[in-house]
Design a protein around this ligand. Structure first.
Ligand code: COA
Length: 158
């Protein structure tokens, strides 16, 4: 990693707009629509997640440059109404690093931090979904050790 003065901490409410700008960027990369309605909804979710200590922020010189957003759950992470999963796991909703700071190990650092949190909480499995269109995220997650579990297939209804 390039030498930087980095710290990771729980997100604060003042980080809300930074986190929302990251989510907007992820939606753009993954070709999802980030409308005003989505923005308002995400803002509510973000504030809640911050209050529940589900967002971690990487800071460089007092400035946020990345975040992770995770949640511990025991609900089956695919399909609708599938009930309980076999055990509790950590679900990653987002990992994000500001563009000029990518490819310097900060994404990996966010995962080191998540691993520590999981260890402390006795969580043995980490899961996330990756949009196939997001090639960089796919490559990054495979590189740090994730393996595909299932595919969600889609087509236009005719
Ligand atoms: C996916 C993402 C979080 C990864 O963060 P990152 O900080 O770039 O991650 P790292 O630097 O740890 O690893 C990225 C790559 O840089 C390489 N790398 C790490 N440290 C490096 C260094 N010091 N020098 C050169 N390369 C390095 C890694 O090997 C990795 O290679 P890869 O591109 O083949 O996977 C980041 O690209 C991102 O924010 N993307 C946009 C948002 C997004 O798509 N998020 C995922 C969906 S929620």
């Amino acid at each position: 990693m390039i030498k930087m003065n980095l710290a990771i901490r729980d997100a604060k409410l003042q980080d809300t707009e930074f986190i929302l700008s990251g989510i907007r960027d992820i939606f753009r990369i993954e070709k999802c629509v980030f409308s005003d309605r989505v923005y308002r909804e995400r803002k509510k979710f973000t504030k809640n997640a911050i209050k529940n200590k589900q967002v971690r922020v990487v800071i460089e010189e007092n400035k946020p440059i990345g975040f992770s957003w995770f949640r511990i759950s025991d609900l089956t992470p695919f399909g609708l109404d599938y009930g309980k999963w076999s055990r509790k796991y950590c679900w990653i909703s987002f990992v994000y690093v500001v563009k000029g700071y990518r490819n310097q190990g900060i994404g990996s650092l966010l995962y080191d931090d998540i691993m520590k949190i999981c260890k402390k909480k006795g969580i043995k499995q980490i899961m996330l979904d990756v949009f196939t269109v997001n090639k960089k995220s796919t490559r990054f997650h495979e590189k740090i050790g994730f393996k595909p579990l299932l595919g969600i297939f889609t087509m236009r209804a005719r």
